[in-house]
Ligand binder design. Structure first.
Ligand SMILES: [Fe+2]
Ligand SMILES: [Fe+2]
Length: 189
C-alpha cells in the first residue's frame, strides 16, 4: 500500500473508534445560557440585600429591596422553563456576573461611609441590569426560534422588569448624584 493510502486508512480507523458526538444545536446553547442566567440570578439574590444595607439613600435601598423580590420571581420563571425542557434547574458558574458583583463589593469596601458610595452602588447595579438585559433579550429570541412561545413570554416578562429597573436606577442616579454634589459643596465651603 502506498504511504498516503496507508495514512488515510489509519485515519479512518481512528475516526471509527472515536465515539460520535452529537452536533451542538441552538437548543444546547439555549440550555447552557439558561444555566448561566440561573446562576447569575441566584448570585444577585445574595448580593442585593448587602447593597440595600450599604446604601445611604432610603430610595436607593428601597429600589434594591423591590428588585430583590422581583428577582426571586424571576428565578421561579426560570424554574418553569427548565421544567418545560424536562431538565433539572441548575446553574453553571458565570464569570461575567462574578466579575461584576466583585466590582460592586470592592466599591462597598473602598467607599464605605463615603459620600460617593451611592453613586458607586448605582453604577454597579446598572452594570448587573445591563448584563441581564443582554442575556434575557438573547434567550427570548432563541425561545421564539426554537418554537417555545410560553418560554419566550416568561423571558419577556423578566426582560421588562430588568429594563424598568434600569430606568428607575437612571432616575435615582440624578437625585442621588445631586445630593452628593450638594454635600461635597457644603463640605468644601
Ligand atoms: Fe434578574
Ligand atoms: Fe435585575
Amino acid at each position: 500500500m502506498a504511504k498516503q493510502a496507508k495514512k488515510r486508512a489509519n485515519a479512518k480507523k481512528t475516526a471509527a473508534r472515536r465515539p460520535r458526538q452529537a452536533p451542538k444545536m441552538l437548543s444546547d446553547l439555549f440550555l447552557e445560557t439558561l444555566k448561566d442566567i440561573y446562576y447569575a440570578e441566584n448570585k444577585i439574590i445574595k448580593t442585593l440585600p448587602k447593597m440595600a444595607k450599604a446604601a445611604h439613600s432610603k430610595d436607593l435601598a428601597a429600589a434594591f429591596n423591590k428588585h430583590l423580590r422581583e428577582t426571586q420571581g424571576q428565578v421561579k420563571r426560570l424554574d418553569q422553563i427548565f421544567k418545560m425542557l424536562g431538565k433539572p434547574a441548575r446553574g453553571k458558574p458565570c464569570e461575567a456576573i462574578n466579575g461584576i458583583t466583585d466590582e460592586g463589593a470592592e466599591i462597598m469596601k473602598d467607599f464605605k461611609n463615603a459620600p460617593a458610595l451611592d453613586a458607586g452602588l448605582l453604577a454597579a447595579a446598572q452594570a448587573v441590569e445591563h448584563y441581564e438585559i443582554s442575556r434575557y433579550g438573547t434567550l427570548r429570541t432563541w425561545a421564539e426560534e426554537l418554537g417555545m412561545p410560553d418560554a419566550a413570554k416568561l423571558l419577556q416578562a423578566t426582560l421588562d422588569e430588568e429594563e424598568a429597573t434600569d430606568l428607575s436606577l437612571t432616575e435615582l442616579a440624578t437625585s442621588v448624584i445631586n445630593l452628593e454634589a450638594e454635600e461635597e459643596f457644603r463640605a468644601a465651603a
